[in-house]
Design a protein around this ligand. Sequence first.
Ligand code: FE2
Ligand code: FE2
Length: 148
Amino acid sequence: MAAIKVDSLFGGVMRVVQWSEALSVGNGQMDADHRELFGLLERLRLAVQENQPEPLRVEILGELVRFSEKHFRLEELLMARAQFPDQALHRAEHEKLLAQIRELYAKVSKGDLPLSLSVFQFLYGWLARHIEVKDKVLASTLPPHAPD
Ligand SMILES: [Fe+2]
Ligand SMILES: [Fe+2]
């Protein structure tokens, strides 16, 4: 599987955000969620690039917060069931991102911060790196057919 090079995705240009097999962690449930997260990120990218109305951007960011909460709960359940040794560290990364995106959402929804390219890049860079590095390690330790 090819590693993604997050830094090369930017260069001042916002490219289409699309989940691809290169991002597969090898676990169907996690991959399905990551696809959905990338779909939300692409909606956010378009909303910023096309200068769509601020309420719409705020709504998409809110969806991203809620979906991230749901997705992190799934991964935390999978790691607890599998007694994943690094679960405390992995959980801590989730908590850190959630704290950051909740704060961003609070600021953006109050109009204290414009939902700009740099906000999008932060979210995309963080999630792509987390999937590429941490989620792949987690998924590699999960049983191939984890029960739902
Ligand atoms: Fe994940
Ligand atoms: Fe994760």
